[in-house]
Ligand binder design. Structure first.
Ligand code: NAD
Length: 279
């Protein structure tokens, strides 16, 4: 629902503010990330968990509360949620974002897998509502900084390779974070040394090439959650930038930052946590 005649977003538009106590709803509240978000919101100053939606867990209560998980997003309107966090599945998240735009509710989204067309659609949709959207494929602030540091280092080194390690249930490789890191580094520098390898004894030994310079090595290992190391080398020195995720709680400071700051973000869609880290 567009509101072209409104000259001010409900709480956004770059100068928006939310009340001292922000009313938060969670899509996917019964899932692994959603349940962790419910817990984090409950423990956060200035945030109140007012609604939880998850069709597969409808009727259950959010752990530690008497809040009933709803099947439908209408519960978010009934509870007057101002910001909604989404950790669901791609098909559901698309609909949830459209719902948030139509109901003027700010959306903080961690669900992964959106296409460029999806992002174009959401940018357009949220520009014409009173709400903002933040979609961040990685809410771990350390991982966001790792990418930024790697980008900063890129012009000062001749070679770089990325090793990413994930749990043994991850079916895609390389990780989105490794791909994004490699792309940012190749955009930051075009001058990279050539690969000296002329004989590959075991297939894949040199990893996968992203762009034409940076190789990514994907490790899949039981016991690991998510780690990444960016290795850079130049004459007489190397630099290793490493980030490790040990627990889903690692994503929560980034999610809470998004919830608290979303109203102040520029109109429409913000991609990634990066812009929120510059105070
Ligand atoms: P999960 O399967 O444990 O949880 C997903 C939940 O969404 C399920 O409980 C499901 O019932 C619920 N759901 C499905 N359709 C729904 C709908 N229409 N409305 C409300 N709820 C609905 O998955 P997970 O491990 O919690 O991960 C969720 C997403 O978060 C994935 O896309 C994952 O890649 C992503 N993720 C992102 C980050 C990040 O930092 N951005 C970190 C971890 C995971």
């Amino acid at each position: 629902m567009a509101h072209p005649d409104r000259d001010r977003k409900r709480a956004g538009g770059g100068t928006g503010t939310l009340p001292a106590m922000i009313r938060v709803g969670v899509f996917g509240a019964g899932g692994r990330m959603g349940a962790t978000v419910c817990d984090a919101v409950r423990g956060a100053d200035g945030l109140e968990l007012v609604a939880a939606v998850d069709p597969q867990r409808a009727g259950a209560t959010v752990e530690g509360t008497d809040l009933t998980i709803a099947a439908e997003p209408g519960a978010l309107v009934d509870a007057d949620a101002e910001v909604v966090v989404d950790f669901t599945v791609l098909t559901a998240a698309r609909e949830n974002l459209r719902w948030c735009a139509a109901h003027d509710v700010h959306a903080v989204v961690g669900t992964t897998g959106f296409s460029a067309d999806d992002l174009d659609e959401f940018a357009e949709l949220f520009t014409h509502t009173r709400a903002n959207a933040l979609i961040a494929p990685n809410f771990a602030i350390g991982a966001v900084l790792m990418m930024r540091f790697a980008e900063l280092a890129a012009p000062w080194f001749d070679t770089a390779e990325i090793i990413e390690l994930h749990h043994d249930n991850k079916i895609d490789a390389p990780s989105g974070t490794a791909m994004a890191t490699a792309r940012r580094m190749t955009e930051a520098s075009e001058e990279w040394g050539t690969d000296p390898t002329t004989t590959v004894v075991a297939d894949g030994a040199r990893g996968g090439l992203v762009g034409d310079a940076i190789r990514v090595h994907s490790v899949r290992m039981r016991g690991v959650i998510a780690s990444q190391e960016v290795l850079l080398g130049t004459t007489g020195q190397t630099l290793a930038i490493r980030h490790d995720t040990f627990d889903r709680s690692s994503f929560m400071p980034g999610v809470l930052l998004g919830v608290r700051r979303i109203a102040e973000l520029p109109d429409g869609l913000t991609l990634g946590l990066d812009p929120l880290l510059d105070r």
